[in-house]
Ligand binder design. Structure first.
Ligand code: 1KG
Length: 426
């Protein structure tokens, strides 16, 4: 069967599917040789922008497109927004750009890890090294936890991600669970970042690609609060990968759009502009970020022969090779071998009443903390009126969806576990 015919029959086969993407057997030509644990690197392919808030001073207003005299905390929120916008192309459109379409990532096994580092690419040597730790902390449902740490500037990003998907008429709707938290320890400032809903369009046209939709939020411990709205081709702006971000003094102020201090809008995969106040900037306003002009810095990963068996690229090497060769039988055999080995592991654990120990992350039950304010996640969620339950990322605390869920457990980085790590080298 031609690949177009195979694809069409595949799309028909998933028309009524709903739930765990990993249960789908997509045609080999849409499979990616890359595992989802590798996607955590997309949070930091612009290390300079991630670390920038450490170097911001009052005089930097103009380079952020802000007017002089703005509070330093507002400038730092703008710098965090610029970093967040810079992650979106890596996260959501890099594969379509490099490979011609979105691909289906390998479904990580429990305990799979992916690590690497970004070396200091600055001329002044002010960035220092940044490391990535990514670990598959759950297989059913698939959940990846990650930490990006820049010790020289006391800056750490940590978070986790799980997805649920369901087929709509012509698109695959994807909802993200989890969040990211960014901490600048030099000045004790934290940011809570929610994950946008997305859908995969172009399925019938046999060229699947991601489009972001609805909203996501950034809440700072300084009070500043940003609302992102996403849209694609055919929406109000008509261009693909469009977004509009409005920055407010705090959540309360965001109740009225005209209270916006700044508005940033454009395309997250191309250019965006910034203007003071609530009106949408045009390309005549100050340029805020240009994805094309800021080359992504790719993570440095050690050679396969130096990798531990649990490291993603080593563990999936045979399957990845088979996918690159398009050898359908080899893909099936290599995948089954890995998956059978995992099933045996689970059975042994069950027999010994043992359970797989997570390496660098812990699942924290927040039901005991919900009433307190000393936990930064609880504090920032309350400031932004966000649910702290295991609901879709960015759900309002007053939403009826909140009542459908009881659990509130979240994956948290345990630095001392990594400090005591003896087997996995960066
Ligand atoms: C299986 C789909 C893949 C997605 C949706 C998995 C999750 C990926 C996430 C949300 C993970 C967290 C990252 O920070 C951001 C991110 C980016 C891309 C998301 C993946 C896109 C992939 O599309 C896959 C489905 C579409 C098509 C390629 C194959 O069709 C099917 O296999 C039908 C399910």
């Amino acid at each position: 069967m031609t690949s177009a015919a195979t694809w069409t029959s595949f799309i028909k086969s998933i028309a009524s599917y709903n739930g765990d993407i990993s249960s789908l057997t997509a045609p080999p030509f849409i499979l990616s040789p890359v595992s989802l644990t590798e996607y955590s690197q997309n949070w930091s392919e612009h290390v300079d922008l991630l670390v920038e808030p450490n170097f911001i001073t009052e005089n930097d207003a103009s380079k952020l497109g802000a007017s002089a005299g703005e509070p330093i905390e507002l400038l730092r929120m703008l710098a965090v927004i610029r970093w967040f916008v810079s992650t979106l192309k890596s996260q959501y459109s890099s594969r379509s750009e490099e490979l011609g379409s979105e691909k289906k990532p390998l479904n990580p096994f429990l305990g799979e890890v992916f690590v690497g580092k970004w070396e200091d690419a600055s001329k002044e040597g002010k960035l220092g090294e940044t490391i990535l730790l990514s670990e598959q902390v759950s297989h059913h449902p698939p959940i990846t936890a990650y930490a990006v740490e820049n010790k020289k500037n006391n800056t750490i990003l940590e978070g986790y991600n799980g997805v649920r998907a369901s087929m709509a008429t012509t698109a695959l709707n994807v909802r993200q669970y989890g969040h990211a938290m960014l901490e600048f320890r030099n000045f004790n400032e934290n940011y809570l970042i929610t994950l946008p809903p997305l859908h995969i369009e172009g399925l019938l046209a046999f060229s699947p690609h991601v489009e972001l939709e609805q909203k996501s939020y950034i809440q700072s411990s300084t009070g500043y609060y940003t609302v992102f709205e996403y849209s694609g081709k055919g929406y109000f702006s008509g261009k693909k990968n469009s977004f509009k971000a409005r920055v407010y003094k705090n959540f309360e102020e965001s109740k009225k759009k005209e209270n916006a201090l700044y508005t940033i809008s454009g395309q997250w995969s191309e250019k965006s502009n910034i203007a003071k106040g609530a009106s949408s900037p045009s390309s005549k306003n100050d340029l805020f970020f240009s994805a094309r002009e800021c080359e992504a810095q790719h993570l440095k990963v050690k050679p396969m022969e130096e990798q531990h068996p649990l490291e993603s690229q080593k563990a999936w090497a045979q399957v990845a090779d088979a996918i690159r060769k398009g050898d359908y039988d080899l893909i099936h055999n290599a995948k089954s071998e890995l998956e059978n080995a995992q099933r045996e592991l689970r059975k042994t654990e069950e027999a010994n009443n043992a359970k797989w120990n997570r390496r660098w992350f812990d699942e924290v039950d927040y039901s005991a903390k919900a009433a307190t304010d000393d936990d930064i996640f609880v504090k920032l969620s309350k400031m932004a009126n966000l649910s702290i339950k295991n609901v879709v990322s960015g759900i309002d605390a007053d939403s009826s969806k909140n009542d459908e869920v009881e659990t509130m457990s979240h994956w948290r980085f345990v630095p001392e576990n990594f400090d005591n790590e003896t087997e996995i080298k960066i």
